[in-house]
Unconditional design. Structure first.
Length: 196
């Protein structure tokens, strides 16, 4: 699939868009490739861009006083990622965003985000829906961490987003699920044994 087809498919899931508006939108983005282990945003920096993932995997996390990573978002092909608070407020980012593999992105600056919303009316609705969906997703994730077992959280993830479970290193996946890597290993082993 052509890279811009990935973007068009993603946008079309939320709003109707014609090719002229898509071209105007793409003109407001900048392509960027980042290598595995490279940082898209570091905590303390101002997030000047949000990124649409054309290919690859990125993880957003905070680091506690013990140096432990707490993953709050994993973005794969067809997802947006940024420290949204920092991007919108121009305050320093709380989260660090790192490429877990070589990734191809389309970057949109804060200024071009505003231009897209002002000049291409369908994108004001698109970004509003995107933000609403992100908020709902994060609230559901927090609810699941407190109300479901670790095994149920993992089973739900592989049911809803199997590509994440397959492409993300175990320690990042465990952190995203709110468990220790050893617990995730035990869960995977149990599921594999039950499948025999």
């Amino acid at each position: 699939m052509d890279k811009l087809d990935i973007l068009q498919k993603h946008i079309s899931l939320k709003v109707d868009i014609d090719s002229a508006d898509l071209d105007r939108f793409v003109a407001l983005t900048t392509p960027r490739t980042i290598e595995k282990g490279e940082f898209f945003i570091r905590s303390g920096q101002v997030a000047r861009y949000q990124a649409f993932v054309l290919k690859g995997v990125l993880a957003s996390y905070s680091i506690d006083t013990k140096g432990e990573k707490h993953v709050v978002q994993i973005a794969i092909e067809g997802h947006w990622i940024s420290d949204l608070y920092s991007f919108l407020s121009k305050e320093p980012a709380v989260f660090t965003i790192e490429a877990l593999e070589k990734s191809e992105l389309l970057l949109m600056s804060n200024e071009n985000h505003e231009r897209a919303c002002d000049e291409i009316p369908v994108f004001e609705r698109f970004f509003r829906l995107l933000t609403q969906n992100a908020l709902v997703h994060h609230q559901r994730r927090i609810s699941h961490i407190y109300s479901e077992s670790a095994e149920d959280r993992y089973l739900n993830l592989i049911k809803e987003k199997p590509e994440i479970a397959q492409s993300v290193p175990q320690h990042y996946l465990a952190s995203f699920l709110g468990i220790k890597p050893q617990s995730l290993s035990r869960i995977r082993k149990k599921i594999a044994e039950n499948a025999r």
